[in-house]
Design a protein around this ligand. Structure first.
Ligand code: WT7
Length: 637
């Protein structure tokens, strides 16, 4: 494939950027002509951040899978679309060429249809990282069903919450999943989730671990049996269902500062153009290269940079089932050597964890195929940046530090590999179409360079979220109401003298643990479910590997067992309510929490204590009971 919209130099970037701001409709119309449409748009962009109402390519008809599959059938049917590497280094890898992937997606689209799935239905996908997961997403997109992938680390309760919120009547899962040394009983978790979700009509179960599963008559069917039925019916092709540009493509739940995760909604055309455009430009993808994004498809990074971005660009995407440290900390480097990976896209937390294992695992591995390195998910510290640069890129591969969010659909701020300059720990410059502004507490724009503030966007780019599922007002309040006529990211940010952006972290009550977003209110709600808990307050603290750790201050009046057992019990409740990823790293038992006279918890003080900055607690004059603070400092973990 050729990418006429691939930016080739710094001066080209400047020209493209300027054009994207001055004539956005013309700019995106030109980019969009490089895609397959069933019908062209009537209007490129309509928007209003007040409501919000955002429409890209209105009137256009398309199916994203025609762009990810069908159009490559003619030009490159035998190019690998997905290379799959097992959790087990001894198990044979799998390769699906564009032709094979197209065939399998069509087959599974028939399975979905045979099982009653229709355009617009919500399908919850809870699977491990096997090729069938990619097939499931694409088959949903092919028939116009809205997929809602739930990461395999979430609990039954978390799945049930998401099923209910989306009113999803269909579930696709596996018997189990492998992750490092662990085996996760996915179907069994789904069974627990479905006890309270009687509206789920059908569960399709794909075999992976062959762990025993309970199959409920009339509700549960095996993936493999359903495929056999399609084979005997002799159905091969499945024409892609015609979708409106603004029809919903998928829902992905993400945490915010309130207790309940929200279903971020992306729509067909804008998301497709954005995932593709950012993939091609940020990584400077060249035909034939192997792109290895280590994320799980359960997160937005996997949606956009394992599947939709690379496949729509006709790229070869490497999908990895395992974890970076199993069987040992050389796993990534082995995979790079084995497949001659060109682009590695991973998270700072993985880099920091591998750093800790030393360079011994890299020695002797041929990493000379690496052309571009990427990071995503959280700020990357300079030490990790330089380690990545020296040991993996051998100081020859540009590093792209890509800042974006579930809500943005794709990368918004990043250098373009080898095209625009990198600066360690800076995401650097906005992509064409992205107009960042920094504002102060009152929403006043902070102009000039060498300044910092809250990061907002002034205008929509094609991949911006359109709504939060089932609750448009929530979308408005969360993102568009804090500052008038701006999209608010929730991040703090500084702009250096040259106009480079450095994201400094969340300014709301949201934590970023190992690149995964978790709301403190969500964790508190889970802790408060535990017997004997009177009240709790959760804050983040700096963690060498995870970036942020979870620190919980808890007033506990339980009588069962000692403090250590109580901590384990509380952790189990959090695992049940949300999942193991939300378990506090530290639980401190306290007799009171610092509050203002009006009863508000002073989190700022708790944060300072957790961060070990006891000398700078700030103004404590509004505290109701200062003695509480002394006690908390004394008991700090
Ligand atoms: C939050 C979004 C985007 C996919 C993965 C996470 C933080 C993300 C960076 C970066 C500094 C970053 C922000 C953002 N973040 N990338 N390169 N530098 N911070 O998606 O779960 O929606 O979280 O992750 O705080 O708001 P997410």
């Amino acid at each position: 494939m050729h990418y006429p919209y691939q930016i080739k130099s710094l001066s080209d970037y400047k020209i493209q950027y300027k054009k994207s701001v001055e004539e956005p409709e013309q700019f995106w119309a030109e980019v969009a002509t490089n895609f397959t449409w069933k019908k062209h748009w009537d209007k490129v962009l309509t928007w209003d951040f007040k409501t919000p109402n955002i429409k890209w390519f209105e009137g256009a008809k398309l199916n994203i899978t025609e762009n990810c599959l069908d159009r490559h059938l003619i030009t490159q049917p035998d190019v690998p679309a997905i290379i799959w590497e097992s959790n087990d280094p001894e198990e044979h890898h799998r390769i699906l060429t564009y032709k094979e992937l197209h065939f399998k997606v069509c087959q599974f689209a028939h399975v979905l249809k045979n099982n009653g799935v229709k355009k617009g239905d919500r399908v919850c996908i809870y699977m491990g990282m096997i090729p069938e997961l990619s097939i499931a997403l694409l088959a949903c997109a092919r028939i116009g069903a809205i997929h809602s992938v739930v990461f395999g680390g979430f609990s039954a309760q978390a799945i049930a919450d998401r099923l209910q919120d989306a009113n999803a009547e269909f579930v696709i899962t596996c018997d189990g999943a492998y992750r490092g040394a662990k085996e996760i009983p996915l179907k069994s978790v789904i069974d627990d989730a479905l006890i309270g979700c009687k509206f789920v009509k059908r569960v399709i179960v794909c075999t992976r671990t062959r762990t025993p599963v309970s199959m409920i008559k009339g509700r549960d069917v095996w993936w493999e049996d359903e495929i056999k039925k399609v084979e005997t019916q002799g159905n091969h092709d499945f024409p892609a269902v015609e979708m409106d540009a603004e029809d919903q493509l998928f829902i992905l739940y993400t945490s915010g500062s309130t207790g309940k995760p929200k279903g971020v909604v992306h729509t067909c055309a804008g998301y497709m153009v954005w995932a593709n455009y950012t993939f091609v430009n940020v990584f400077q993808y060249q035909q034939g290269q192997i792109h290895f994004c280590t994320a799980d498809i359960g997160w937005i990074t996997g949606h956009s940079y394992i599947l939709y971005g690379p496949l729509s660009a006709g790229a070869t995407s490497l999908m990895f089932e395992g974890v970076p440290t199993w069987p040992d900390a050389g796993r990534f480097w082995e995979i790079i050597e084995k497949y001659k990976v060109d682009i590695l896209y991973t998270a700072p937390t993985a880099i920091r964890s591998l750093m800790g294992f030393g360079e011994g695992y890299i020695a002797g591995k041929d990493l000379s195929s690496i052309k571009v390195l990427g990071t995503v998910g959280e700020p990357i510290n300079e030490e990790a940046w330089h380690w990545y640069d020296r040991n993996i890129g051998k100081e020859k591969a540009p590093i792209v530090d890509t800042w974006w969010q579930t809500e943005t659909g794709g990368i918004l701020i990043s250098n373009l590999a080898g095209v625009t300059p990198a600066k360690p720990s800076y995401a650097t410059l906005p992509l064409p179409g992205v107009q960042p502004v920094l504002v102060d507490e009152n929403g006043k724009e902070i102009l000039g360079n060498g300044v910092s503030g809250n990061l907002c966007m002034k205008a929509p780019w094609p991949g911006i979220l359109r709504t939060t599922y089932g609750d448009h007002e929530r979308c408005r309040i969360n993102y568009f109401a804090t500052y008038e006529n701006l999209y608010f990211t929730g991040d703090g940010c500084l702009r250096d003298e040259d106009g480079n952006y450095r994201i400094t972290g969340r300014v709301d009550d949201v934590l970023n643990v190992s690149g995964h977003r978790i709301g403190t209110a969500e964790i508190e709600n889970a802790i408060n479910m535990h017997q004997g808990i009177v009240e709790s307050a959760v804050v983040g603290f700096p963690h060498d590997i995870k970036g942020q750790g979870i620190y919980a201050y808890v007033i506990y009046q339980g009588t069962h067992g000692d403090a250590e057992l109580a901590r384990k019990d509380i952790n189990l409740t959090v695992s049940r309510m949300i999942g193991a990823i939300a378990k506090p790293d530290k639980i401190q038992f306290v007799t009171g929490l610092p509050k203002t006279r009006s009863g508000k918890i002073m989190r700022r003080i708790l944060r300072k204590i957790a961060e070990n900055e006891i000398g700078s607690l700030g103004d404590t004059s509004t505290l109701l009971d200062p003695a509480v603070v002394d006690e908390i400092i004394k008991g700090k973990l």
